[in-house]
Design a protein. Sequence first.
Length: 320
Amino acid sequence: MSASGGTKAIIAAFLANLGIAITKLIAWAVSGSASMLAEAVHSFADSGNQVLLIFGGRKARKVADKEHPFGYGRERYVYAFIVSIILFSVGGVFSIYEGVEKLQHPHELTNIWVPIAVLVIAILLESFSLRTAVKESNQIRGRQSWIQFVRRAKAPELPVVLLEDVAALIGLVFALFGVGLTAITHNPVFDAVGTLMIGTLLVVVAIVLGIETKSLLVGEGAGEDDVQKIEQAILAGPEAERIIHMKTLYLGPDELLVAAKLGFASDQKLLEVAAATNVIEQRIRHAVPAARVIYVEPDVYVDPNQTTPPTDAIVIKGLE
């Protein structure tokens, strides 16, 4: 996986979540807390998420073939979408179901100090995981706000891990709220309410991630900054007179397709245009390294306001 995929953050999150999940499950077995069971499911789901993200990164490295001539870069988007929809939704729906069940059939908690201790330790571990994800994200976030980073990031792994860790910390606070109030009031309803809050949180995170990864799956173009860099690179030399139109598309988190129709002088020879095209492509790749697939279509620009075409322009009937 590329550096932008945040492998270190994913591994840190996986190890933290797996250890926390097992501990929460033991605490649930000892205390009978529905909040602890919901949190255990949450952490197991997060662990599965990290496995899928790593697997998607490996699949994305497959070499392009005849069936997929542009490669398998979008595999990372597919697995991020699976993470956001299936696992989060399953965890959220299960937690809501468990909360409703405990509201209908409340029961006293036993050894309540166990889940409280586990939750405090889990908050510390999740904070470490979030710190790692933040550190990795800051290397590529630049001046973007965190909301902009989550919405505009082309590599899905770091935004997914960030939202997972934030949701995990908030979920732990909800669980501590439910278990703590149950310990103080001896009313198990608060434990059930905490479980419902955790489930609702997971569903909300699933919706947010689903929307963002769906946009990547459908296909996103380059950001405004990169578009300006590409346009400036094209027009930085005397080769092309103008950009007639240009489109970009991310084939994967680290691979950008650029297709541009450029206006050249009508008296240029084929070899001159070919050489100019190569120079323009080199400038684009230097300005935006992710632009690995570039198609340049040379053309002679015709002003649409001009009443008669230039004498040296070739017009094909039916394609005017």
